[in-house]
Design a protein around this ligand. Structure first.
Ligand code: CTP
Length: 398
């Protein structure tokens, strides 16, 4: 999701991780968000408001009565303007204040006055985080609907290793998007997405694989998450990091993917199969490494199940057709054969489309014949176009 037209109120509190907030501000701004930053007094000891102001090109609120934005009652103004409030990093101190409703500075006043979702990204020393007071406060905040992201395990400023590190910036941004998606058009819908390319073992070191990068499936899973869906992502091996805040099942082979999909779809409203599933697997994988003892080697391959064709039920089924010739015709016949609601055809011979690229040029075909050839777009844009169609089909079917 691009964050255009969204106002993110970001609170920075006095933790050494405050410097990471600069990266967060920068990435949120690049994604199009209007970022209004409130820094507590102690945060300004760790990072200069000038750094933040240079990134947002907006005034930074640092005190209750000092610098002013447009209005004299800033705390209500920012609380009302916010589509989401995030506190990153959040100290044990601010967490305990929020848990009991203390509002003694601009940040805590804003949180108390807002109706927007509030995200808290704690960062502190392990012992402070594990202290039962902090833990109780977090439980209280969670129960009131606050969203807690992190902290994570890792190296802390004190040089020790433990839980207490600020969640990764990407994870915090994913949480922001998810919070914004709470009012999206896929709220309450369960969507299963597959991604990556299956690997069929030949022996303990070799496999039959394909060139799928997983990028298209990941883009769909992220877009669905950002529109409020509950997403289950089934991943065959890829080399790119998995999206944050999505339930993930890792599989390797077509058979494992079939099992995972069959289980996941029992509760689902839609299945989107972006994975490249092997059509054949070796009849049996050798237990030991195959040695080059013969001049030639033949492998006996057997068919794998066609997952999409075999999965049934009252759900919207979406498939992909990676084709190198007669793209649309072949895709239409796959739509029929596999009883799909939507098929996305892409020409893998096109240099900007298909495997490994960040862009894709696709034709989306619905069962009723509605066909749309889209221009070259980012995979994320394609994902949203596909989901627009899914949303259109979900309502009457469910
Ligand atoms: N698919 C599947 N199970 C398989 C093979 C493919 O569920 N064993 C799904 C893919 O995830 C994709 C769609 O079916 O959404 C079409 O995949 P594709 O590889 O284009 O088509 P195939 O059915 O394998 O046909 P062919 O390889 O002959 O083009």
């Amino acid at each position: 999701m691009l964050l255009t037209d969204k106002t993110v109120v970001l609170g920075i509190t006095g933790s050494i991780a405050a410097y990471k907030a600069a990266d967060l501000v920068s990435k949120l701004t690049q994604a199009g968000a209007k970022v209004e930053v409130i820094m507590t007094e102690s945060a300004t000891e760790f990072i200069s408001p000038l750094t933040i102001r240079s990134l947002t090109a907006r005034p930074v609120v640092t005190g209750m009565f000092g610098q002013s934005l447009e209005s004299a009652i800033e705390h209500v103004a920012l609380a009302e303007a916010a589509d989401v409030v995030a506190i990153a990093p959040a100290t044990a101190n601010v967490i305990s204040k929020l848990a009991v409703g203390v509002a003694d500075d601009m940040l805590t006043c804003t949180v108390l006055a807002t109706r927007a979702p509030v995200i808290i990204a704690p960062a502190m020393h392990t012992d402070m985080f594990q202290n039962s007071i902090t833990q109780d406060n977090l439980v209280k905040l969670k129960a009131r609907g606050f969203i807690i992201v992190g902290p994570v395990y890792g190296r802390l400023a004190t040089g020790t290793v433990g839980i207490g590190r600020l969640a990764e910036v990407e994870e915090i941004i994913a949480t922001v998007k998810q919070a914004l998606g709470r009012s999206g058009d896929l709220v309450g819908k369960r969507i299963v997405v597959t991604a990556g390319g299956t690997q069929e073992p030949v022996d303990p070191v070799r496999y039959i694989g394909n060139r799928s990068s997983g990028k298209m499936g990941y883009a769909i899973a992220e877009a669905a998450r950002d529109r409020g869906a509950e997403v289950k992502l089934i991943i065959a091996p890829t080399s790119i990091p998995a999206p944050a805040d999505i339930e993930i099942t890792q599989v390797e082979t077509a058979l494992q993917m079939k099992e995972a999909v069959t289980q996941a779809v029992t509760q689902a409203d839609a299945l989107i199969m972006a994975a490249a599933v092997a059509d054949y697997q070796p009849r049996s994988a050798a237990k030991a490494k195959i040695k080059k003892e013969t001049a030639d080697l033949s492998l006996e391959l057997i068919r794998t199940p066609d997952i999409l064709a075999e999965v049934g039920g009252n759900l919207v089924k979406v498939g992909f057709a990676a084709e190198s010739e007669n793209v649309v015709e072949n895709a239409r016949s796959k739509l029929e054969q596999k009883q799909l609601d939507i098929i996305i055809a892409n020409d893998i011979t096109d240099v900007d489309s298909g495997f490994g690229t960040d862009t894709n040029k696709v034709t989306i075909i619905n069962r009723d014949g509605k066909t749309e050839s889209l221009p070259l777009m980012t995979k994320r844009e394609v994902a949203d176009k596909i989901l627009d169609r899914v949303v259109g089909l979900l309502s009457p079917k469910h």
